[in-house]
Design a protein around this ligand. Structure first.
Ligand SMILES: N[C@@H](CCC(=O)N[C@@H](CS)C(=O)NCC(=O)O)C(=O)O
Length: 213
């Protein structure tokens, strides 16, 4: 069976779990906390980051690579757009969102949620203000400009929509929601993605794991 090493709450783990749910694949979660310096885990993933996917003899340590692999190895239910140019754009959105966007949106979560709980430190509210007021707006404007007036990026719900939204689930846990007056299309996309059955399933499990329900 497919194994995902990680924990609920990570935007990267969430993306992989929703992809697995969306494709109707069976999987097992092997609990692995981030930031532990766990040497045994570093044998699987030398970066020590989560998620890592193990599929038989194959071990992959990055959510973008994992989702791409799942798409090519398990084709019955596609989760990428069919058109080559759209697929390339989906890869770009995944790179953009898993990099710069996640760093900022999940950074709010890291400061307000992880720092107090995992590191017993106060959040750096000055840093959070810089993220919210200065660093995120240009990226949010770019996303808003990429979105269609209605519906998903490439017709059906795909990895492209999921990857843009998942860091903002973390931000919302930390009290930051994308403003629907300034970014109406993106706020609507976030709402639509959150209502997808595979997303509802994972968010419900996650809420329990994080002690929100
Ligand atoms: N590029 C990686 C990023 C994964 C990542 O940064 N995961 C965080 C948890 S949300 C982590 O494991 N951080 C621990 C660390 O940086 O040591 C991916 O897309 O899978």
């Amino acid at each position: 069976m497919l194994k995902v090493h990680g924990v609920h709450g990570s935007p990267y783990v969430r993306k992989v779990l929703i992809t697995l749910e969306q494709k109707g694949l069976d999987y097992e979660i092997v609990a692995q906390m981030p930031f532990t310096g766990d040497e045994a885990y570093k044998k699987l993933n030398p970066l020590g980051k989560i998620p890592t996917l193990v599929d038989g003899d194959l071990t992959l340590g990055d959510s973008k690579v994992i989702c791409r692999y799942l798409e090519s190895a398990y084709q019955e239910v596609p989760f990428y757009p069919a058109d080559q140019a759209d697929k390339a754009m989906a890869d770009w959105y995944d790179d953009f969102a898993s990099g710069a966007v996640a760093e900022l949106a999940a950074g709010i979560f890291f400061q307000r949620f992880m720092r107090p709980r995992a590191f017993k430190q106060e959040p750096d509210e000055a840093l959070i203000a810089t993220i919210i007021d200065k660093k995120l707006p240009p990226l949010l404007s770019y996303i808003e400009g990429q979105l269609p007036d209605k519906g998903y990026l490439f017709g059906a719900f795909s990895i492209a929509d999921l990857t843009l939204v998942t860091p903002f689930v973390n931000a919302s846990y930390a009290g930051y929601d994308v403003c629907s007056d300034t970014y109406p299309k993106f706020a609507a996309l976030i709402e639509a993605v959150r209502n997808e059955p595979a997303v509802v399933t994972i968010l419900a499990t996650e809420a329990k794991a994080l002690g929100f329900s």
